[in-house]
Write a protein that binds this ligand. Structure first.
Ligand code: CTP
Ligand code: MG
Length: 394
């Protein structure tokens, strides 16, 4: 039987977020803020008391169940302190943590730090962060004095207390508690020491629409638009093969008239350049490390085999292609004559649009003399979709 209760206060109206619904019941990245908050508490050995706006108790119970939390649900009050008081009445434990549902991304490690300090004997514990902005007093006319920010700390939650002590602090504060948004302050008013432990930037309070956007980006499943914007990579690949192969000419996934390209495989420089662009984008090396290019098993192998192997390697590492562009430099074959066909074949192979272009080098160099073919490719890749709500590691 656990001796700890977590009171999650979720009874605020969320005026500053402005969603027209109580903040904890507003949705971010496909789930309510309350559900995100509860999921992060799932591994903590404590009973949960949920404080929600009157009328939202049934909704809250359903959310708690989805999050795997066995919670007691009670109605909150007009101020945060009133809501904490309502939670305290329902909490039956030696230690209590008081946590804002609005700090929905709080890492479990922060909760454990607070609990650890309590179990080590502290009677009041708050997670804090240094203040990063330069702070001034507002002043009556214009701005007032600069406050020395090195002496300031921003308060986070959960705050942890000996339950008896917090009850005493609330009784002693009486009606004055109404204005308080910090439980530790009420305890301090009794002359009790409050211990600080390290907070975490992920424990920020979702307050404004910009905070919700930040939470959305952090919680979005990889591969979603929000996450995709953060996780894209680009890569480049080049390959050259000389004419003189024994087999038919294979290039850009097609077979062409005329002498083939030399090489252990089929010499399809366009496919090989695509492979290096894909691998390069994912930081997974190059074609030499992908498959033994000298391996007898790949003698005469079509370029498609290597592209498929590269795509499989990317998939293992959670990447999928967005698009590929490849340009072939050479006197022959004339890429333009079968561009559509090449694009169709390569796009089907890659599973994303592949555009193909061709150019000569104005007769310059070995390529210009028709001794061989060069290809240059670029690839854009993104994170593959994965199950949502990956844990934000502590
Ligand atoms: N809270 C509460 N009861 C209240 C007021 C606030 O339980 N009467 C909770 C909120 O649900 C939130 C936490 O206290 O989890 C911190 O409050 P805040 O961020 O100010 O949330 P709101 O009061 O909902 O937002 P706003 O002030 O913008 O209306
Ligand atoms: Mg508020």
């Amino acid at each position: 039987m656990t001796d700890t209760a977590i009171i999650v206060v979720a009874a605020g109206s969320g005026t500053r977020l402005g969603r027209g619904t109580p903040k904890a019941f507003a949705s971010v990245a496909g789930a309510t803020i309350l559900e995100h908050a509860l999921r992060r508490l799932a591994g903590v050995d404590a009973s949960v008391v949920l404080v929600v706006p009157a009328g939202f108790e049934a909704d809250a119970s359903a959310i708690a169940e989805r999050a795997g939390a066995a919670a007691t649900v009670v109605a909150g009050g007009a101020t945060r302190a009133d809501s904490v008081a309502a939670g305290l009445e329902a909490a039956d434990a030696r230690l209590v943590l008081v946590h804002d549902a609005a700090r929905a991304l709080t890492p479990a490690a922060q909760v454990e730090r607070v609990l650890g300090a309590l179990r080590a004997g502290a009677r009041a514990v708050v997670p804090v962060l240094p203040v990063v902005d330069t702070i001034r007093e507002a002043g009556d006319e214009g701005l007032g004095a600069i406050v020395d920010r090195s002496a300031l700390r921003a308060m986070q939650t959960p705050q942890g207390f000996d339950a008896q002590l917090l009850r005493r602090a609330y009784e002693a504060a009486g009606d004055a508690r109404g204005a308080s948004t910090d439980d530790a302050q009420l305890v301090q008013a009794l002359g009790e020491a409050v211990v600080a432990v390290a907070g975490d930037e992920l424990a920020f309070k979702i307050t404004t629409p910009a905070d919700a956007d930040r939470a959305e980006a952090l919680l979005a499943p990889p591969g979603s638009a929000a996450a995709g914007a953060l996780e894209i990579r680009t890569g480049i690949g080049v390959d050259v093969h000389a004419f003189g192969g024994e087999g038919p000419l294979r290039l850009a996934g097609l077979e062409w008239e005329g002498q083939g390209l030399a090489g252990h495989s089929d010499g399809d420089a366009a496919c090989h350049a695509i492979v290096d662009a894909l691998l390069g984008a994912a930081g997974l090396g190059d074609i030499g490390g992908l498959v033994g290019v000298d391996d007898p098993q790949h003698a005469g192998a079509h370029g498609e085999v290597f592209v498929r192997a590269a795509l499989a390697r990317l998939a293992e590492h959670g990447w999928v292609p967005v698009n590929v562009s490849v340009q072939v430099l050479g006197v022959r074959p004339r890429i333009g004559s079968r561009r559509d066909e090449a694009q169709r074949v390569l796009s089907a192979l890659v599973g994303a649009p592949v555009s193909v272009s061709g150019t000569t080098t104005d007769g310059l160099g070995a390529i210009g003399r028709g001794e061989g073919v060069q290809a240059i490719a670029t690839a854009l890749i993104r994170r593959a979709a994965a199950p949502p709500h990956r844990s934000l590691t502590d």
